[in-house]
Design a binder for this molecule. Structure first.
Ligand SMILES: Cc1cc2nc3c(=O)[nH]c(=O)nc-3n(C[C@H](O)[C@H](O)[C@H](O)COP(=O)(O)OP(=O)(O)OC[C@H]3O[C@@H](n4cnc5c(N)ncnc54)[C@H](O)[C@@H]3O)c2cc1C
Length: 503
């Protein structure tokens, strides 16, 4: 009889673990607390409009990248699914001027040089390194800590082009990089997308992901992608049980024997994989779990100054017209308003016009996203706990301020915008048990410890494994996808079996 694996959490990591568990011959069940799978990679309908909450870009989602097979195999990029390529990563506006980070690097470089000849050296270096970073390969055949010396060497050699990127930008923050430019718009452009402390090489590689053509978006959105993934899992024989929150992981004699659901049911298992937010796993699901937290992760949680966290505030609007004037992600200055106690003077907007079929005829869906640091998460959390009506009121007020800002920047939208939904960083905690509302793990700073690979095992508890975005910086869906597979490979390895799972 096949051995049974219980997987906690039906986000990408949990579903990925499920798919590879089935392929490797196990009998697996995914327990998901929410009524739909997908976790943070999701979307929802409001008044006939589809609102997407996640995929702005994938990574290495193109033939030729190692990860492509996994994107396809998971169902996210199943055969027949169109992958939309953004024309540009984003654009930044300031004082009537606009700069585009075009997917076409030559065009972007030329336009930037025209805008600011005095920044020639920095611009040339920037684009040279973005181009080099297109060679990034996410390790997906197996986890780095599972590679032997030969495999590590081969992987390292294939990543050689990344070395200059890391050498030049790996110890530089986005704030430092911004300072290197002289033109105010270029300074602004660098600061727009990521928090100031973020390492600059992550910005460079994110742009490289787009310029390589591997950073597209599956048309139909994040929710459809996750439903395809869930279908794929079920077709392989896996069971997905939604609306089934897990309360505890049971440990007997230093070994897990199963889980207890919130409704009190005990589910016996040979192996348990927790794919929830790691903080939730160690502080809620494991009795006295603090003592089991991997050392590197604990260090980061305990040093918030050097390991900042971030989330975001969102508002989605229906626009009663079709327009190309609000294009892809666009950053612009706005009149000052207050959000969670902070003065906001800049925001970004995105028109989801590439999702043609998912809005009522003649309308558009536009979304605004404002990054919020950890203290603002705490603001929303406290407000929700102590004064729910005020939490709702402040959300609505912010949405109204955002609407005013859109109407000012794009006057043709006046009287044509209708708020569909507004959500705060705390929403991610409520729905996904996300620590501090975070959805991309720690912000990687100059002082972050090396979180490039936290082995997904729990020292001191046999047969318990981890998966999910927190195991590898900088998080995101590729990390969730590969760590689900790694968890199954770790189980196979513990049984001295071949860890190469056939597609
Ligand atoms: C606005 C936004 C934009 C993003 N954009 C991108 C992007 O462009 N590219 C990118 O790569 N990434 C992006 N991300 C990040 C990406 O969504 C996440 O990194 C990824 O989805 C995390 O997957 P996961 O499976 O590790 O975790 P999660 O999605 O958090 O999955 C964990 C699952 O466990 C469930 N769970 C929690 N506790 C329990 C319990 N006790 N019992 C049962 N189930 C439980 C949760 O409900 C959840 O479904 C974005 C995220 C957001 C929010």
């Amino acid at each position: 009889m096949p051995q049974k694996i219980v997987i906690i959490g039906g986000g990408i990591a949990g579903l990925s673990a499920g798919i590879y568990a089935q392929k490797a011959g196990f009998d697996s069940v995914v327990y998901e607390k929410h009524s739909v799978p997908g976790g943070e990679c999701t979307g929802w309908m409001r008044e006939g409009h589809y609102i997407d909450n996640c995929i702005c870009w994938m990574t290495c989602a193109k033939e030729g990248y190692d990860l492509w097979d996994m994107w396809k195999d998971s169902g996210i990029c199943a055969d027949g699914i169109e992958i939309h390529q953004h024309d540009y990563f984003y654009k930044s506006e300031l004082d009537g001027k606009t700069v585009y980070l075009w997917r076409d690097l030559k065009r972007a470089e030329k336009e930037m040089l025209e805008l600011s000849p005095q920044d020639k050296r920095e611009i040339r270096s920037f684009f040279k390194h973005v181009k080099l970073s297109e060679s990034l390969q996410v390790p997906c055949k197996k986890a780095i800590d599972m590679m032997n010396l030969f495999e590590l060497t081969v992987y390292g050699l294939r990543m050689l082009k990344m070395v200059p990127v890391i050498l030049k930008y790996g110890r530089m923050s986005v704030g430092d990089l911004s300072e290197r430019f002289k033109h105010p718009l270029l300074k602004k452009m660098v600061m727009d997308y990521m928090p100031r402390d973020y390492l600059a090489h992550l910005f460079i590689t994110a742009y490289g992901t787009i310029s390589s053509g591997g950073g597209g978006v599956p048309v139909g959105g994040s929710l459809s992608a996750m439903l395809r993934m869930a279908e794929r899992y079920k077709k392989l024989g896996g069971s997905l049980i939604c609306s089934a929150p897990v309360k505890k992981i049971v440990i007997e004699n230093k070994k897990t024997t199963g889980i207890i659901l919130e409704n009190g049911t005990f589910v016996k298992a040979d192996y348990v994989i927790s794919s929830t937010d790691t903080n939730h796993t160690f502080t809620k699901l494991l009795e006295d779990g603090g003592r089991f937290i991997p050392h590197k992760l604990k260090k980061s949680y305990n040093d918030p100054k050097n390991n900042p966290l971030g989330s975001s505030f969102h508002a989605a609007f229906s626009l009663d017209m079709k327009t190309d004037e609000i294009g892809g992600r666009t950053f612009f200055d706005c009149d000052e308003f207050t959000l969670a106690g902070r003065k906001i003077t800049r925001m970004n907007i995105k028109n989801y016009s590439f999702e043609k079929t998912q809005v009522p005829e003649g309308k558009s869906l536009v979304q605004v996203k404002i990054l919020e640091p950890e203290n603002e998460y705490l603001y929303w959390e406290k407000l929700y706990a102590t004064d729910k009506p005020r939490y709702e009121k402040e959300k609505q007020q912010a949405a109204s301020d955002i609407q005013n800002a859109i109407e000012q920047r794009f006057p043709f939208t006046k009287g044509k915008l209708k708020l569909l939904d507004v959500w705060t960083p705390f929403t991610y905690n409520r729905f996904c048990n996300a620590y501090r509302g975070v959805y991309m793990t720690f912000i990687t700073t100059k002082k972050s410890p090396n979180l490039t690979n936290i082995p997904g095992v729990v020292k001191g508890v046999k047969n318990l494994f981890l998966a999910g975005q927190w195991l590898m910086l900088p998080g995101g869906i590729p990390v969730a996808l590969v760590t689900g597979k790694y968890a199954i490979q770790r189980i196979l390895k513990s049984q001295n079996k071949n860890i190469n799972i056939k597609p």
